[in-house]
Structures are given as structure tokens and as C-alpha cells.
Design a protein. Structure first.
Length: 103
């Protein structure tokens, strides 16, 4: 199969999609929710309370940002945060209601 595209996808969209795919692999499942015309994807925290562990956002400036809350599986949380730090994705962490700015 061959596809011929007239225009290249903007780099910011490509980065956002790549990041979402890789985080889905790390977490072992796809996002459970999307909003803002697909510019925000969310993964649940698996605690049975209906909250979200992470939101991945394509910001107005074209940068991808990850917002982290608490997760029941600390290994998955650490791997997700590590992936974002390694690949230069901006992060913010929220633990017990407090905001901690990441990179």
C-alpha cells in the first residue's frame, strides 16, 4: 500500500500523536476520554473512583504537555513521567491536590 499526501502533517500534531501512542503502550491501554476537539486525551487512574491519572494536552503554542495525578500502579506512573522527561514533553504533577511544576 502506498499513500501520497499533498501536505505534511504539522510537527506538533505528529509529536502529540507519537506521545499518545507511546504512553498508551507504557500504560497498557488507550486513553479513556478525549475533549477539546481531540487536543486533550485522558487516562484513568484505575482506582475505581472515576478520576484521571494523566491528561495529555496539545497546547495553543503547539507543545505537548502532560498533567499527572496519582496512579494506583507506581511503576506505570514512573515510566510515563520518565518517558515525558526523556522526550522533552512538558509535565506538571499534582499530588494530593498540590501542583508541582515539572520540566
Amino acid at each position: 500500500m502506498s499513500y501520497d499526501f499533498k501536505e505534511k502533517m504539522p510537527e506538533c500534531i505528529s509529536t502529540f500523536v507519537d506521545t499518545a501512542c507511546e504512553l498508551s503502550v507504557i500504560l497498557g491501554k488507550p486513553p479513556v476520554c478525549s475533549s477539546r476537539n481531540g487536543r486533550v486525551l485522558a487516562w484513568d487512574n484505575e482506582d475505581g473512583e472515576g478520576g484521571y491519572f494523566m491528561d495529555l494536552v496539545l497546547q495553543d503554542d503547539g507543545k505537548t504537555k502532560a498533567l499527572f495525578g496519582e496512579h494506583t500502579d507506581q511503576r506505570k506512573a514512573n515510566e510515563s513521567i520518565g518517558y515525558c522527561r526523556y522526550h522533552g514533553v512538558q509535565i506538571e504533577m499534582y499530588w494530593e491536590g498540590e501542583k508541582s511544576n515539572g520540566y
